[in-house]
Design a protein around this ligand. Structure first.
Ligand code: NIG
Ligand code: FE
Length: 426
């Protein structure tokens, strides 16, 4: 059933629901912490035999053992001994796109590199060409289909970037689709303007001229329609220089849009220190990261977001997650779901990769994929842990499975039920 129909059918009733008979509820918080950093990330506070009371989609009480008196709730939902966890918050996706790029994958398997394919008009420019030709309706439908798959895999909130438009009209189109996805799915979605994702071929390599268009035309149009919460730039050799990236994030800052930036994917352009100094909300990718840079992040409030699906798929280094956590960073995991470098939206798989490849503990990986993801979208007042006052966005694992199983059975979907604002979605 399409999420839209589901959402309309499941109107949130003004009644109190009791969710009980769990083996445990994990990542229960009581202090309203916006994130966990460094050593705090290994605490997930399991509450054995936990129960939750939910009213109008929000948790109003959490307890354990004996369930509350029957006059405290209108309806009881028996979770049949399952383990309960908060849903994932996927803070970095490019979910709205017109077509997959399996053909480029085949070219890579035949020996071409990601950079060679991009230089020959593939990559982001290929996606932009296809997106220009797609209607808003078609884009919405395909993204909605992908969003349903993400929800089934436990994602209960996410970020969606533009960046496959590269013209004012097409960038606006993507962000409008993302806005409609939130309205029709009921899933919290934050939108990021990534006009500076690549330079369109029509600019003949004149990146400065394109940056001017991004700053003087696209950004004001995006702001005018209230379409973006954040700004992003692909700060990388062959894409946007550090100075160009800074010019864009400074222009966006004047409109009140914080920065979430693609940095250090293939090369370090010195962006880490510069972006931290400008108070970037998050720095994403960070596959190429010196100890000096990672310590700089660890001492800051900027969130370090690793995208292990991209490392796996492009066969590039993994972000040094262990070192970042040991350096006290606010470390976050996201999928980077996109048709070129990371065609998987499976957050549990990102946890597996973080554990096996970056040497995280399963508790750290869960915090990175939930509370710290929420922090990377400024949503931790509402999401990321199971806590009084937050949305009841939670998932259950099939009986017999533990938090460790979630990372251990890599590539499986052990998630059996997903609840958004207290309503069962799958
Ligand atoms: O996050 N690095 C830049 N952008 C995307 C990939 C874009 C694409 O290949 O379509 C990323 O990996
Ligand atoms: Fe990305």
């Amino acid at each position: 059933m399409p999420i839209q129909a589901l959402y309309l059918r499941l109107q949130i009733p003004n009644m109190t629901l009791l969710y009980h008979n769990t083996s445990a509820i994990i990542q229960v918080e009581r202090e309203n912490r916006p994130y966990k950093r460094g050593a705090e990330m290994s605490e997930v506070a399991p509450l054995k035999n936990g129960w939750m009371l939910v009213n109008e989609g929000r948790i109003i009480e959490i307890g354990s053992g004996e369930k509350p008196a029957s006059n405290r709730y209108d309806e009881a939902i028996d979770l049949q001994g399952q383990l309960v966890l908060p849903t994932f918050v996927d803070s970095h996706t490019h979910l709205v796109y017109a077509a997959n790029r399996e053909d480029e994958f085949a070219q890579r398997l035949a020996g071409k590199s990601y950079a060679e394919i991009a230089a020959a008009g593939g990559g982001i420019l290929n996606s932009a060409k296809k997106l220009a030709a797609a209607s808003e309706e078609a884009l919405f439908e395909s993204a909605q289909h992908r969003l349903e798959a993400l929800i089934r895999m436990g994602t209960g909130a996410l970020e969606i970037k533009s960046g496959y438009g590269l013209s004012t009209e097409a960038e606006l189109k993507i962000l409008r689709v993302a806005r409609k996805l939130e309205a029709e799915s009921g899933i919290p979605i934050k939108r990021t303007f990534l006009g500076a994702h690549a330079v369109p071929a029509s600019f003949n390599g004149d990146t400065d001229a394109y940056v001017k268009l991004v700053i003087e035309e696209m950004l004001p149009a995006v702001v005018e329609e209230g379409l973006a919460h954040y700004v992003d730039v692909f700060c990388e050799e062959g894409y946007f220089s550090l100075d160009q990236s800074l010019a864009i994030i400074e222009a966006a800052e004047a409109y009140g849009l914080p920065a979430k930036v693609h940095v250090n994917q293939f090369n370090s352009l010195g962006a880490v220190e510069a972006m931290v100094d400008r108070g970037a909300l998050s720095l994403d990718h960070l596959e190429v990261l010196s100890d000096k840079e990672l310590n700089y992040i660890g001492e800051s409030q900027t969130i370090a977001t690793a995208l292990p699906g991209c490392s796996l798929f492009l066969n590039i280094p993994y972000t040094p997650g262990r070192k970042l956590i040991d350096a006290n960073a606010i470390f976050c995991l996201a999928t980077d779901f996109n048709p070129g470098s990371a065609p998987s939206g499976n957050m549990a798989l990102m946890m597996s990769l973080a554990c096996s490849q970056m040497k995280l503990r399963t508790e750290e990986a869960l915090v990175a994929a939930t509370l710290n993801g929420a922090a990377a979208l400024e949503l931790s007042e509402d999401l990321g842990s199971l806590e009084v006052g937050k949305w009841a966005n939670f998932m259950t694992l099939e009986p017999g499975y533990s938090l460790a199983s979630l990372a251990y059975h890599f590539g499986h979907n052990l998630i059996s039920e997903v609840y958004i604002k207290g309503e069962k979605r799958t």
